[in-house]
Design a protein around this ligand. Structure first.
Ligand code: ADP
Ligand code: MG
Ligand code: ZN
Length: 480
């Protein structure tokens, strides 16, 4: 980046709230149902129908505000945002304008060099989603209005970010918080977390903000970062060439890695906002706020600290395990069967996460239940199986989520701790490898590794390695 300029970025994030029903009617919010099946006269905006507010939406929004140190506004008003669009049958969207439910909050991100940066949250307001236009059918456009009336929390940041990296970290943090709160599943592919990025540049040292362009509908964190990087460079080049940035709405072309113009950007007065006469203002009492505060779940930072303090995990482990609520939950379920905290961490961060990354799935979809991972660790620790055998049991558990003790029995993998059986195998190996035995007796103790390996082979990996080691040494020392 040209060092004469500084980038300024602010993000608007739409988080779909995890309610079963829509914000103003009883229709289902389920994703993937048949197009236009989750609808009723209210969310279709038929004349004469009246919206009824879903209380959960308010409670989830308050929870978010409390978790991000926002002010919770006592008085809340819904406003109509008027615009025409084929996927908006009512001709307006019910949103909030002058009195959003929460404002003036912040969240902290940790930059690569370890410094913590505080990023402001301007406001977050409740609103209903619009439908979806599907342009993929030749010349036709199809409309699916299932999403009309699905509750959203629009979270608007201050223009506090200075790079694509900071924007990426902000989003990561935001997603982590809404997932921990249980108010949004954070699934960008299914559209339950959507992000618009506002980008401008200004000469270093200048206070006044430059004209911003807004990049809409970014559907992955990577695309957010890449589009911001592209946009910063585009604006700098434009200005350097004597041009001027215009306020406009852009879209991101992920194939070509470039932004392109969608339309000139409206100003808010174009929407003719006015208070919705069908909905009375909501009053959020101190008492209600406190009730909700009491339901506040453990947040990422507290959980991280608990993992370090109670489970004595390295900070690295605690960071990885608490990155998502689901992974942290999975880890703690493993601990129901074992109190070997570090082994449990190694299994979850290692064998389990490796498959999650390869298959690109969330741990909630992982085929092995955490209790069975815990049981596997317990089998190693009580010497029923070696950790080597455990690595063979694991793929069997992937095929079928069974108690590993059952698999060990069925496959006859129980560790041999019977000394006579080990002695027999040791005798066999010593007889078959006179050369290595002679080397050992001459003082080249390193060859013991080879001999242990042979005994393990002989016992199909089932002998207890420590016992094999001891038995071999005894046997050979007797030969001196
Ligand atoms: P709108 O809905 O019209 O886009 P909002 O005020 O709701 O307007 O959102 C504006 C977003 O753009 C905020 O996240 C804000 O921080 C950011 N923003 C405002 N001005 C600038 C600017 N000059 N450069 C970068 N970001 C900006
Ligand atoms: Mg905007
Ligand atoms: Zn409905």
């Amino acid at each position: 980046m040209n060092s004469k300029y500084e980038a300024v970025i602010g993000l608007e994030v739409h988080a779909q709230l995890l309610t079963n029903t829509k914000i103003f009617c009883g229709c289902s919010t389920k994703f993937g149902n048949n197009p236009n099946s989750n609808v009723c006269p209210v969310c279709l905006g038929h004349p004469g129908v009246l919206p009824v507010l879903n209380k959960k939406v308010v409670e989830f929004s308050i929870l978010f505000g409390l978790a991000t140190d926002c002010v919770i506004n006592e008085k809340n008003v819904f406003a109509r945002k008027n615009y025409f669009y084929p996927d908006l049958p009512k001709g307006y969207q019910i949103s909030q304008f002058e009195l959003p439910i929460v404002e003036h909050g912040h969240l902290d991100i940790t930059l690569k060099d370890g410094t913590v940066k505080r990023l402001g949250i301007t406001r977050a307001h409740m609103e209903e989603d619009a439908g979806k236009s599907i342009h993929s059918q030749g010349d036709e456009t199809l409309v699916d209005v299932n999403r009309c009336g699905v509750p959203l929390l629009e979270i608007v940041s201050e223009p506090d970010m200075r790079s694509a990296e900071e924007a990426y970290l902000y989003l990561t943090k935001l997603k982590q918080i809404v997932q921990y709160l249980g108010i949004c599943d954070g699934n960008m592919e299914e559209g339950s977390l959507r992000c618009d990025a506002n980008v401008s540049i200004r000469p270093v040292g200048q206070e006044k903000l430059g004209t911003r362009a807004e990049i809409k509908n970014l559907n992955s964190f990577n695309n957010v970062a890449k589009s911001i990087e592209f946009e910063i460079e585009r604006q700098i080049e434009l200005v350097e060439d004597g041009g001027e940035v215009v306020q406009e709405t852009l879209l991101w072309n992920a194939d070509k890695n470039e932004t392109y113009s969608m339309r000139g950007k409206e100003d808010s007065h174009d929407y003719r906002y006015f208070p919705d006469p069908d909905l009375i203002p909501i009053h959020i009492s101190e008492e209600w706020k406190n009730e909700i505060a009491e339901t506040m779940p453990e947040l990422p930072k507290a959980r991280f600290e608990r993992f370090v303090n109670d489970f004595k995990l390295p900070e690295y482990d605690a960071g990885v395990l608490t990155a998502t609520k689901n992974l942290a939950d999975y880890y703690e379920e493993v601990l129901k069967e074992t109190d070997d905290y570090k082994s449990a961490s190694n299994w979850v961060m290692g064998d389990v996460s490796k498959i999650l990354n390869e298959e690109k799935i969330d741990v909630s979809k992982f085929p092995i239940s955490p209790v069975n991972i815990g049981k596997l660790i317990a089998l190693i620790n009580n010497n029923t199986i070696s950790s080597k055998i455990a690595k063979d049991v694991f793929p069997e558990m992937m095929k079928e989520d069974k108690d590993p003790a059952v698999i060990v029995k069925e496959k006859n993998l129980v560790q041999i701790t019977d000394t006579s059986a080990i002695d027999d195998a040791v005798t066999k190996v010593v007889d078959a490898n006179p050369g290595q035995v002679a080397q050992f007796l001459e003082g080249k103790e390193k060859v013991i590794g080879f001999l242990v390996g042979q005994v393990m082979k002989e016992t199909k990996g089932k002998a207890n390695p420590q016992m094999v080691n001891d038995a071999l040494k005894n046997k050979m020392n007797e030969m001196k």
